[in-house]
Design a binder for this molecule. Structure first.
Ligand SMILES: NC(=O)c1ccc[n+]([C@@H]2O[C@H](COP(=O)([O-])OP(=O)(O)OC[C@H]3O[C@@H](n4cnc5c(N)ncnc54)[C@H](O)[C@@H]3O)[C@@H](O)[C@H]2O)c1
Length: 344
């Protein structure tokens, strides 16, 4: 396994490997960039097939966190941890405490939180051995409400830019995935008078949205081609790809899912089709803002900035004739170069 020469190493400041024989912990913490502040990012527990796969995931995810925190204007850098193993069978309090000790040994360069395979309840255990953890059951533990509100604002910003109105009544929105974020997003949209078309692999989630929001249920793949104003991916990554771009019926893509573009070039493919894309890590940054702030008062105020940031990105992309995801990346890189991260 190569590390420094790994394809995704991409200037990482530090990558550390931790293990604890007694609890079976095997983890990797990737710290991509701390220019703007300590690296903040969740801890993913996943049954990786190989160590290479775990390292690649940690590297990619931590770099993504640097960009997300920078564009969100947060005084944090990017990092991510992965624990190797099936979270359903291998996760124990002893393993989480061992992980916490390992996070603690980094002296605050990395701050951990929940992610896929870990929960806010797990962070309660992790904090027994480190103070560098965020998001607990007794506080603002669940980031989904802030994420959903941010995505709602992203949709409003995109509608304002593309359609010249902030009135969402009658807006036709296709929501893919009705989990923690998708359901709450649907509630905001329904409240604003939007007409919802929904899909989920869990029939009970669809039934609930049909009942609560008078949404129209749509079968799996049909969601892409619907003649709607907005497509909101809130389930999986890579849904904007060579197959779906030509079939998309929406004028706007704005949702919560991470890594919506299968590849960067699909942002340009959307632009060429005249579809406005709200870059995922800008639109879904509410969850990161939630864990970045320990007092809840500032969270929603900060989430409100997603609307303004996106409108800047849309305007810049239009003037320069480039894809919105390219503008977002450039904006993040500019923020990383700014001398005063808090003022930036
Ligand atoms: N929760 C947050 O605060 C947050 C923050 C940033 C990004 N995200 C991203 O947003 C997305 C949704 O997050 P969440 O917390 O709501 O997750 P979740 O697991 O609660 O919900 C995901 C939903 O998608 C459904 N789904 C899975 N595969 C599907 C498919 N093929 N078609 C349709 N539906 C499918 C699931 O049944 C589930 O209801 C994820 O990509 C996540 O990484 C979440």
């Amino acid at each position: 396994m190569s590390v420094f020469s790994a394809r995704d190493y991409d200037g990482h400041e530090q990558v550390v490997f931790g293990s604890d024989e007694d609890s079976g912990l095997k983890c990797i913490i990737a710290i991509h960039n701390t220019v703007r502040g300590p690296a903040l990012g969740g801890c993913r527990m996943w049954d990786y097939a190989t160590e290479d796969e775990a390292l690649t995931d940690a590297l990619r995810l931590s770099r993504g966190m640097t960009y997300k925190a920078a564009v969100a204007g947060l005084p944090y850098g990017g990092g991510k941890a992965v624990i190797m193993g099936d979270s359903k069978t291998r996760k124990t309090d002893a393993l989480l405490r061992a992980y916490g000790r390992f996070v603690d040994s980094l002296g605050g360069r990395y701050i951990t939180a929940e992610d896929v395979g870990t929960t806010v309840g797990d962070m309660d255990v992790v904090r027994e051995t480190t103070r560098f953890a965020r998001g607990f059951t007794d506080g603002t533990g669940n980031p989904s409400p802030a994420t959903a509100y941010g995505v709602f604002l992203a949709i409003r910003g995109a509608v304002e830019h593309k359609m010249g109105t902030s009135d969402l009544s009658g807006l036709r929105v296709a929501v893919q995935g009705l989990g923690n974020v998708g359901y709450r997003l649907s509630a905001y949209l329904a409240e604003a008078g939007a007409r919802l078309f929904v899909t989920d692999v869990r029939p009970e989630a669809v039934e609930r949205a049909v009942r609560d929001f008078a949404a129209v249920a749509v079968a799996g793949g049909e969601i892409y081609g619907l003649d709607v104003d907005v497509f909101a991916p809130c389930a999986l990554g890579a849904v904007i790809n060579d197959e779906t771009v030509p079939t998309l019926g929406a004028a706007i893509v704005a949702g919560a899912a991470n890594n919506q573009l299968a590849e960067d070039r699909h942002g340009e493919a959307l632009r060429r089709r005249g579809i406005l894309y709200a870059p995922d890590y800008v639109a879904n940054a509410g969850g990161l803002m939630d864990i970045a702030y320990e007092d809840s008062e500032n969270i929603m105020e900060h989430v409100g900035k997603i609307h303004r940031t996106l409108k800047l990105i849309f305007a810049r992309a239009e003037v320069e004739g480039v894809a919105t995801n390219a503008v977002a990346d450039r904006m993040a890189e500019e923020m990383l170069g700014a001398s005063d991260p808090i003022a930036a």
